[in-house]
Write a protein that binds this ligand. Structure first.
Ligand code: SF4
Ligand code: SF4
Length: 410
């Protein structure tokens, strides 16, 4: 059982500290066979970028990929079964978050696990659910969740992130028949070798997609998902008894005395006071584990599915708090980012956030073709010196909700 916490909030520090810690403490987990299949599983819960606290930071993914490439691994895949609502609406969050471009930049593969071959695993009540074969058979599986609150599970970190290994909506729906227990069941069936938690910008409040970003600058590395999640709850200042999968894990003895003592005694430099994920009355009533299965039965009827797919139905679900996501269809079309030297104060913040270390802000003037259009620099620039050329599309909504907060915490 191993666990480490590093503090990092700039791309240089994230890459250096992650590399140092992995090499010093986890090197034995790297397989000797350099042709083995390496799977990196981030959390790409929606198309809200990492700076909102919702999805895994591209800078941390880049840190891990660079280390693996330098070690000589030839078969690296970033894989995620994207959130089922986006999948149903034919929206690729992998593309919208520029994960495909990051993969292209490093010459690694990217895979949407919604289209993988399923392998059956056991859920509550004898139900069988299909998880992607890649997740069961990887020679090295690195789970890279985001640290965030979650209104149904309490928190979403290592344990919950494995829901993205399920193939397609038909299998993801089965989890909700008994959400907490089935998350634990998933973790009994799928065993990542290493967990690297992105808490650099985490989310508090009504997560996973309607909360508020909170900067902790923490990256947690660990080998045990239960212990790592429990330490994450302590770091966030959230009672682990309110984190459903951890409660089930304790009841089932998976978080045994030794693990509990290790996690509860793990030294923390700082404890944050995350606002808990308090849902509205209607959502809390429906998502209560005692009632949820009955409402799921209603949700699965053809009539409900049709109503929910209409714009009015979707808006009503969002406004009532029963749906967290808005499925904006309009893509972002970025023709380029340009620098206004007259408003740039050379603070260097844009460079701290560029996942691929472009020499910013100068590279903006040169329209560097290596830019993966993640827009991190644009989001954090405090003076608005970086201009976006093109159509913001779905990014306009993110800007409206989070622009001020992101600039404030960056
Ligand atoms: S973040 Fe903005 S103001 Fe700061 S160096 Fe970059 S472009 Fe200039
Ligand atoms: S220059 Fe900006 S948009 Fe391009 S990769 Fe770097 S941070 Fe992302």
């Amino acid at each position: 059982m191993r666990l480490d916490i590093i503090r990092a909030d700039t791309v240089d520090r994230i890459k250096a500290a992650t590399r140092e810690t992995l090499q010093a403490r986890y090197n034995d987990l790297l397989p000797g066979d350099l042709d083995t299949r390496v799977l990196i599983k981030p959390n790409l819960n929606s198309y809200m970028n990492a700076l909102t606290g919702n999805t895994t930071d591209l800078r941390l993914m880049a840190a891990v990929i660079e280390l693996l490439k330098d070690a000589g691994y030839s078969d690296i895949t970033i894989a995620e079964g994207t959130n089922s609502g986006f999948y149903r609406n034919n929206i690729s969050v992998i593309k919208r978050l520029a994960v495909d471009k990051l993969a292209g930049y490093y010459g690694v593969n990217v895979k949407d696990l919604n289209y993988s071959e399923p392998v059956e695993v056991g859920f509550e009540g004898g139900v069988k659910a299909g998880v992607a074969r890649e997740c069961m058979e990887a020679g090295l599986f690195i789970n890279m969740p985001k640290l965030k609150t979650h209104f149904e599970a309490g928190m979403s970190v290592c344990l919950k992130n494995l829901m993205g290994c399920l193939v397609g909506q038909v299998n993801k729906k089965k989890t909700h028949q008994s959400l907490w227990a089935n998350i634990v069941n998933l973790n009994a069936a799928i065993r990542p070798h290493l967990h690297i938690v992105d808490g650099i910008v985490a989310m508090e409040g009504l997560g996973p997609t309607r909360g508020t970003p909170i900067k902790t600058s923490a990256v947690l590395l660990g080998t045990d998902p239960f212990v790592t999640d429990l330490v994450c709850s302590r770091l966030a200042g959230l009672d682990h008894n309110n984190v459903g999968p951890l409660r089930v894990a304790i009841q089932r003895g998976l978080l045994d005395k030794q693990r509990l003592e290790f996690a509860m005694g793990f030294p923390l430099e700082r404890v944050f006071g995350f606002k808990p994920p308090k849902a509205g009355l209607l959502a809390s009533f429906i998502h209560n584990p005692k009632r949820q299965r009955h409402f799921i039965a209603i949700r699965n009827t053809a009539v409900f599915r049709y109503l929910a797919s209409t714009q009015l139905g979707g808006t009503l679900l969002y406004k009532s708090g029963l749906r967290q996501d808005v499925f904006i269809q309009e893509e972002m079309q970025c023709r380029g980012l340009t620098l206004d030297p007259s408003t740039c104060n050379n603070c260097g913040r844009c460079a701290d956030y560029c996942p691929i270390d472009l020499p910013l802000p100068q590279a903006l003037s040169a329209q560097d073709p290596r830019c993966i259009r993640c827009l991190y620099c644009y989001c954090v620039c405090p003076t608005g010196a970086i201009a976006f050329e093109g159509t913001l599309g779905f990014m306009a909504e993110q800007n409206a909700q989070y622009e001020t907060i992101i600039k404030g915490i960056s």
